[in-house]
Design a protein around this ligand. Structure first.
Ligand SMILES: Cc1ncc(C[n+]2csc(CCOP(=O)(O)OP(=O)(O)O)c2C)c(N)n1
Ligand SMILES: CC(=O)[C@@H](O)[C@H](O)COP(=O)(O)O
Ligand SMILES: [Mg+2]
Length: 634
């Protein structure tokens, strides 16, 4: 079938199971081909082809509400709702979003990207329906990984209590990004196994009726069936006890079974949980056989061989640099423990995990738990390294405030993916952490200019015993600079002059240092000499250097790949105001006050004028106008 001809899902109602199977294979082939060029979340989407087809056949989106948890597995939904033609722009600047997007289609009723929000949103939509006395269905689709998120349990607890009509689809593929973890995961495993014994039990009962005398093996098999039934009943009871009608586990690739169970759920009153067992990556061998998480989300790849198109950079990845430096220090410091909320692969902690299995904790998609667990470790004089993406740290804000900063505990927070991340877009840009951490008492925040300074900052963090310390680092690779043999802790709050200058000062850190140095070069060619300072400690700032800068009363320009509101530039403004520097011009470049969509990072930076041309323009503006006396604090 030409998937580009699909304008909406209603055509599915007329198709037979055989036709739906053919359609599913067409969709699978389309995904494999298109994502080999664009990259994307291939594994999760190949796993939900039949499930999504069956959902759109049985229900009537958008009046029936599909809520995709995390939303990375919504490509099939997008194909069936008329967006196949946009897949060549997937996750690209001004192109198709890789997650549900309300302004793309009425069928995208809820935007996701962060995990475990679907059940709460569904409860809201169901409550609204009940108040308005509407009769539509509300259908959150949540993965076994997302089900390890605390929010999901908060919602299960409430949904079960209200007895509202809702059909929760649990997409159980035994994987989070990496193999799933936790007691819930083990329970689902028992249910999956018991589910298979269920069929064996039926067959055996049939056989037992045929064979008059039982004994020996047959009796022990019957015993085994009884045990597995216990698992199914007990585990299924978990959801039943939470107020749900539990259905399953069923084969999530069997369209007939899916349709039968969805129709049964559709006419069942109260909350229903349909446990669907799927295979992540189904239909593409490299993804199907993936046991570590490589094919969860990828860049472009060779379809024929499954070879990923590697990044050309020879420099180490930032995640790998930090994780491997922590690992190196852990060899002689038994206090060091690593914690990741379900991102062992993204945070490159596999090496640490293999060398120190007893000191590595993957806690599942549980950022709040991870953060407070780190605080607990620190009270016992351990040195916890909490590796967490900037965007996901947002979920643990109160744990940072209430449990870490207030008790002034020695937690080392590795804030990975700091700055714009690119293709994941709005829900994943790591641009708020400076603004939401800078105002916390006791917090230290630093960001290195390159991977060599980065390794020294890891040493700084491990050696630091004055309370919480956060090291920000971006997605992707370093600059490929030479690495010092010996690690040396940096003085907390120390800045570094990278280039002298007499007409203006540029204060910046991390990924925007190259931009500042390039702008200073261009300015020098135009007769303007700008000093460039590596403001590598965002908090505490180097106040001695700031005083010396402001006493020169030349324009100051701050640059940060983070939100301006409450960011580093705001801190410099506050310093100037608090210390009476009213003469000096201060201008700030950074992320403006709106969410930044998906696209290539350099395109996004140009779109918001965060580039060296803008730095040149702003410095020239103020140095020239300074010559005409007067001054303004911005
Ligand atoms: C709050 C939060 N933490 C971490 C992530 C990163 N993440 C994206 S998908 C995923 C695994 C989801 O597993 P599951 O729900 O089982 O979906 P599957 O990929 O198996 O289909 C994780 C940890 C996230 N999106 N949100
Ligand atoms: C959907 C999701 O949240 C993750 O898969 C995320 O896309 C991973 O990001 P990285 O690719 O930066 O590890
Ligand atoms: Mg899963």
């Amino acid at each position: 079938m030409d998937l580009h001809s699909i304008t909406g899902p209603s055509f599915l109602k007329e198709l037979t199971t055989k036709q739906l199977e053919v359609l599913s294979e067409d969709i699978r082939r389309f995904l494999i081909e298109n994502l080999s060029r664009t990259g994307g979340h291939i594994g999760p989407n190949l796993g939900v082809v039949e499930l999504t087809v069956a959902l759109h056949k049985v229900f009537d989106s958008p009046s029936d509400k599909f809520i995709w948890d995390v939303g990375h597995q919504s490509y099939v939904h997008k194909i069936l709702t008329g967006r196949a033609g946009q897949f060549d722009t997937l996750r690209q600047f001004k192109g198709l979003c890789g997650f549900p997007k309300r302004n793309e289609s009425d069928h995208d009723v809820w935007e996701t990207g962060h995990s475990s929000t679907s059940l709460s949103a569904a409860m809201g939509m169901a409550a609204a329906r009940d108040i308005k006395k509407d009769s539509n269905h509300v259908i959150p689709i949540i993965g076994d990984g997302a089900l390890t998120g605390g929010m999901a349990f908060e919602a299960l607890n409430h949904i079960g209590h209200t007895k509202t009509d809702m059909i929760v689809i649990l997409n159980d593929n035994e994987m989070s990004i990496a193999p799933n973890v936790g007691a819930m995961h083990s329970m689902l495993g028992r249910m999956r196994t018991a589910g298979k014994y269920n069929k064996v039990k039926d067959d055996l009962e049939y056989l037992l009726k045929k064979v008059p005398a039982v004994g020996g093996r047959l009796a022990s098999t019957a015993e085994r069936v009884k045990d597995s039934l216990k698992y199914l009943v007990v585990s299924g009871m978990f959801f039943e006890e939470m107020g749900f009608t539990y259905l399953g586990p069923i084969d999530g690739h069997d369209l007939e079974e899916l349709e039968d169970n969805l129709r049964y759920a559709k006419k069942t009153k109260g909350p229903v949980l349909l446990h669907v067992v799927t295979k992540k990556g189904k239909g593409f061998l490299p993804a199907e056989q993936d046991t570590i998480g490589t094919w969860h989300g990828t860049g472009p790849y060779k379809m024929e061989t499954g070879d990923l198109v590697k990044s050309s950079s020879k420099a180490p990845s930032w995640s790998g640099l930090v994780a491997e430096t922590v690992r190196k220090l852990a060899r002689t410091d038994e206090r060091i423990v690593a914690i990741t909320p379900a991102m062992p692969v993204g945070s490159k902690l596999e090496g640490f995990a293999s060398e120190f299995p007893d000191r590595m904790f993957d806690v599942g998609i549980a950022e709040q738990h991870a953060t407070t667990m780190a605080a607990g470790l620190a009270t016992q004089d351990m040195k916890p390294f909490l590796a967490i993406y900037s965007t996901f740290l947002q979920r643990a804000y109160d744990q940072v405030v209430h449990d870490i900063c207030r008790q002034n505990l020695n937690v080392f927070i590795g804030i990975d993916r700091s700055g714009l991340v690119g293709a994941d877009g709005e829900t994943h840009q790591g641009v708020f952490d400076i603004a939401f951490l800078r105002h916390l008492p006791n917090m230290v925040i630093m960001m290195p200019k390159d991977e060599n300074e980065g390794q020294h900052m890891v040493k700084t963090a491990i050696d630091y015993n004055g309370g919480p310390i956060a090291l920000r680092y971006p997605r992707g690779n370093g600059l490929g600079v030479p690495m010092d043999e010996e690690l040396k802790a940096l003085p907390i709050g120390s800045w570094e002059v990278l280039q002298e200058g007499t007409d203006a000062v540029i204060l910046t850190f991390g990924t925007t240092i190259p931009m500042a140095l390039h702008a200073a070069e261009q300015l020098l060619e135009q007769g303007i000499s700008a000093q460039v300072v590596n403001a590598r400690f965002i908090k505490p700032m180097d106040e001695a250097m700031l005083h010396s800068i402001f006493e020169r009363n030349i324009p100051v320009v701050t640059i940060e790949e983070a939100v301006l509101q409450g960011g580093f530039g705001s801190a410099v403004l506050e310093f100037a105001q608090e210390n009476g520097y009213r003469e000096t011009v201060i201008d700030r470049l950074g992320i403006p006050d709106h969410f930044i969509e998906h696209g290539d990072v350099s395109e996004l930076m140009d779109e918001i004028h965060l580039n060296s041309d803008e730095v040149v323009r702003v410095v020239k503006k103020w140095t020239q106008s300074k010559k005409q006396a007067g001054s303004t604090i911005l």
